[in-house]
Design a protein around this ligand. Sequence first.
Ligand SMILES: NC(=O)C1=CN([C@@H]2O[C@H](COP(=O)(O)OP(=O)(O)OC[C@H]3O[C@@H](n4cnc5c(N)ncnc54)[C@H](OP(=O)(O)O)[C@@H]3O)[C@@H](O)[C@H]2O)C=CC1
Ligand SMILES: Cc1cn([C@H]2C[C@H](O)[C@@H](COP(=O)(O)OP(=O)(O)O[C@H]3O[C@@H](C)C(=O)[C@@H](O)[C@H]3O)O2)c(=O)[nH]c1=O
Length: 300
Amino acid sequence: MSRILLLGRNGQVGWELQRSLAPLGELVALDRHSTDKDGGCGDLGNLEGLRRTVLQLRPTVIVNAAAHTAVDQAEREPDAAQTLNALAPGVLAQAAHEVGSLLVHYSTDYVFDGGGTAPRREDAPTGPLSTYGRTKLDGEHAITAAGRRHLIFRTSWVYAARGGNFAKTMLRLAQERDRLTVIDDQFGAPTGAELIADATAHAIRQALRDEACCGTYHLAAAGETSWNGYARFVLDTARTLKPDLVIQAQEVAPVPTSAFPTPARRPLNSRLDTTRFRDTFGLHLPEWQRGVRRMLAEIL
Ligand SMILES: NC(=O)C1=CN([C@@H]2O[C@H](COP(=O)(O)OP(=O)(O)OC[C@H]3O[C@@H](n4cnc5c(N)ncnc54)[C@H](OP(=O)(O)O)[C@@H]3O)[C@@H](O)[C@H]2O)C=CC1
Ligand SMILES: Cc1cn([C@H]2C[C@H](O)[C@@H](COP(=O)(O)OP(=O)(O)O[C@H]3O[C@@H](C)C(=O)[C@@H](O)[C@H]3O)O2)c(=O)[nH]c1=O
């Protein structure tokens, strides 16, 4: 029977993984507060504890859903971001190598520089614009350098019913303000944690049977929108699903990136080409609107 070690169990993706991974075997799900007493150390900042956890548990699969995901905050605390997003995945990869585990990890569209308009393939040149993107890319490199079989899923614009995300921010702001200003020149695909978790479980099953499936994959919902288009869709759908919801904002004004300065630069083109994922795992990735609608129906 497989033993699966899940790190970051309380995040958007981690929470959904608890559900999707449970049928695969014995699941040991940790968060940053988990200590030896309840089955290991789940703090990505404690590199020695993390390593000990893997060596003691000897899991068949390690799924790392924990990360430093506060994009602007990472500019102020690059060392913390580097430890969580780069050093910890490196330690996990090395320990996985020692005990023979398959390591599953998540990365981001923010490893790219956002040039052009075409969806990026996995082998496209990277060029992160932010500390978050750079540290996530360092994490990818640390995993591939360890030389053990792994799955790295680069995804984008993640949302879930549980946890904080852009869609929920828009819903909150639209109830407080008359007008929202939202960038309309950054493009990507909002991707549900539920979809990521289901696809991960499916891919793990396949990778345990067939080592050739290992590597880096783009895993994102189909279609594309801008943050502005996403915000409009969220508010329009919310109005339809819950007509008595008081939405103050009458306008979601489109603005260019230059008019919305943030500490971290974000890519203009976050489109991910998911052909490799589809061809390898044979899974249909639905249009982004479907999951967003479902999430809104759940939370409203
Ligand atoms: N969110 C997004 O838009 C995107 C995310 N990704 C990647 O997907 C993965 C999952 O992201 P998502 O679920 O959205 O992220 P969340 O921010 O929802 O969850 C991240 C989790 O990491 C945990 N964490 C933070 N610091 C530590 C630590 N020191 N030790 C252990 N756990 C820690 C957090 O714990 P706590 O709850 O206690 O803070 C949280 O549960 C990440 O690798 C992320 O980089 C990729 C593309 C887009
Ligand atoms: C709140 C707000 C944001 N924006 C812009 C800023 C930014 O360009 C974009 C998204 O803002 P956020 O800060 O919510 O999202 P951000 O934290 O940049 O989201 C990213 O998170 C990391 C973890 C990832 O890996 C990425 O795929 C991506 O999902 O929307 C507006 O234009 N108006 C607003 O009112």
